[in-house]
Design a binder for this molecule. Structure first.
Ligand code: NDP
Length: 283
């Protein structure tokens, strides 16, 4: 049986550290970090994510401002709100909750968010910095995964790391994060041939595809470290990951559960990015 990588516990530790930093900022500089979240339309899952983010902001002492835009919002209206928030000195971080309606161009919107306030790390400038190994904002899920590996003293350097999924928000930035830590990284996707052969050679596997029970025990070697990013619902509506946890955990040395693994870390690292943005803007 493997060791559980307890994202909830590590997130708790990160949040406590941040709370102290926020208190110090308030006392020493009378600054209160502020996150602005934009949501377009009324996607029920997005509403839950935003509520969770606002709760964590409150826990840490970060101010939270929500901008709820109608489904019929135009691209110009969305961009003009982003411009307004970019200029507002009281706002330190801006987050555009995805998905947004299909008629809007999310990439153009991410590009418009000022790189200094881009706490999600989706602006091309921050993506480029990550690729070049320069300082910037790192997308929260990969950032959280690197932090959880660090907390459990799991060596990355020299390891064979395999990522399943190549999305802009998880798979691709994960590649850069692992590469920057000197892993040898393979990125797989829906067109990858002989996936099992690749995953069976992996020391670390990150699965981010959104398919329940996708990674099975016959696809991994003994002692592998498994990071499950997936969020799926089973027939009873319970949250499950992309990994067949019950069976894979018998072979893995470490594994993240779902829920309680990557999810809490993603939110904690968003908060870390907001605090970092605040500090950098007030140097
Ligand atoms: P996307 O849907 O954007 O990307 C899915 C990726 O999986 C694509 O690259 C796709 O390949 C690949 N894929 C799909 N089927 C297969 C397959 N059979 N074999 C190999 N690769 C496959 O997903 P996201 O990255 O946005 O999210 C992935 C999952 O992670 C979702 O469940 C999401 O809810 C969850 N998530 C969780 C977060 C957290 O904090 N815990 C944060 C973000 C996401 P191709 O490119 O070829 O289509």
């Amino acid at each position: 049986m493997s060791n559980i990588l307890d994202g909830k516990e590590v997130a708790k530790k990160v949040k406590l550290e941040l709370k102290e930093e926020v208190e110090k900022l308030k006392l020493e500089k009378t600054i209160i970090p502020k996150l602005a979240v934009i949501m377009v339309g009324n996607n029920p899952a997005s509403q839950i994510y935003i509520r969770n983010k606002s709760k964590v902001c409150e826990e840490i002492g970060i101010e939270f401002e929500e901008y709820l835009l109608d489904e019929t919002t135009t691209q110009e209206e969305l961009l003009s709100l982003i411009d307004k928030l970019n200029k507002n000195k009281e706002i330190n971080g801006i987050l555009l909750q995805s998905p947004i309606p299909m008629n809007l161009d999310i990439n153009e919107a991410f590009k418009r968010i000022s790189p200094e306030k881009d706490v999600d790390g989706f602006n091309p400038e921050n993506v480029g910095k990550l690729t070049l190994g320069q300082k910037g904002f790192v997308s929260c899920t990969p950032y959280g995964i690197i932090r959880i590996l660090k907390e459990y003293n799991i060596e990355i350097e020299g390891k064979n790391a395999v990522i399943i999924g190549r999305s802009n928000i998880v798979g691709k930035p994960m590649l850069q994060c692992l590469l920057n830590k000197n892993a040898t990284v393979t990125v797989c996707h829906s067109k990858t041939k002989d996936l099992e052969e690749i995953t069976r050679r992996a020391d670390i596997i990150v699965v981010a595809i959104g398919k329940r029970n996708f990674l099975k025990e016959n696809m991994v070697k003994d002692g592998v470290v498994v990071i499950d990013v997936g969020i799926n619902r089973d027939d009873e509506g319970k949250v499950k990951g992309d990994v067949d946890f019950e069976n894979v955990s018998k072979k893995a040395s470490y594994i993240t559960p779902v829920p309680g693994g990557v999810g809490p870390m993603t939110i904690a690292m968003l908060m870390a990015n907001v605090v970092k943005a605040t500090k950098e803007q007030n140097k």
